[in-house]
Ligand binder design. Structure first.
Ligand code: ATP
Length: 227
């Protein structure tokens, strides 16, 4: 395997522990993904895909188990360290774009870079290059509401890539698009990922899209098994 970018080991997660509505979602999930590798995460609705991605992306914590990003084990890391790593090394894409409605496409990609300490001119240059790489450079000055669903999602990919993360996590990134648009937009995402040599974990219900990734894993009773 290439350099290890993401390692999940023995991840356990319950919601509402000790209550009648307790649900043990993850029960010892293991996954290791290397640089340049794209893994499809497939599972029925409610199996825990979002929970797993949130833990992998340091948005949530596991009850047990270890998360390591780019070789750094985060079990004992401070909240501050987790926030820095999340901002610098992880990009997220969701089913719905979550772009800031009052800002243009360009600004939506510039802002995370400014928050990360990049100078404005460099941030704008990178944002324009990213938009061009997914074919929406002509939409740079539009606000999200003036973009089609497929364009919004491409801009969301660019935002996820804004700070040149090592790890991209995507939760049903084309789940809200019609099949033809989903296909084109997924193609744009894959080219962007391939060009940058990113490591990616992409949750999808779409088995055809899953088959276009390097390998597939399935969540089965809280554990990850190869497909
Ligand atoms: N904050 C929470 N509190 C209680 N239960 C939760 C919480 N978040 C998720 N769950 C439950 O945990 C289980 C896994 O949820 P999760 O969203 O991770 O699944 P998923 O595989 O991503 O589903 P989908 O494909 O429908 O998005 C579900 O049964 C869900 O109801």
């Amino acid at each position: 395997m290439n350099e290890e970018i993401l390692r999940l080991e023995g991840i356990e997660k319950r919601y509402n522990p000790g209550r009648p509505n307790e649900v043990a979602v993850l029960r010892g999930a293991d996954l290791t993904v290397g640089r340049g590798e794209v893994v499809a995460l497939v599972a029925p609705s409610g199996a825990g895909k979002s929970t797993l991605l949130h833990i992998a992306g340091l948005l949530d914590t596991a009850d047990r188990g270890e998360v390591a990003i780019a070789g750094e084990a985060l079990g004992a890391a401070s909240d501050r360290r987790r926030t820095i790593l999340r901002r610098q090394e992880v990009g997220f894409v969701y089913q719905f774009h979550h772009l800031l409605p009052e800002f243009t496409a360009l600004e939506n990609i510039v802002l995370p870079q400014l928050a990360n300490g990049t100078a404005r001119a460099a941030a704008e240059e990178r944002a324009r290059a990213l938009l061009a790489s997914v074919g929406v450079e002509s939409r740079a000055e539009h606000r999200p509401a003036a973009l089609s669903g497929g364009e919004q999602q491409r801009v969301a990919f660019c935002r996820a890539m804004a700070n040149t993360p090592k790890l991209l996590l995507a939760d049903e990134p084309t789940g809200n698009l019609d099949p033809a648009t989903s296909d084109t937009v997924f193609g744009a995402l894959m080219s962007l990922v391939r060009e940058t040599g990113l490591c990616a974990v992409i949750a999808t219900h779409n088995l055809e899209l899953a088959s276009r990734m390097d390998r597939q894993v399935r969540l089965d009773e809280g554990r990850l098994v190869p497909v």
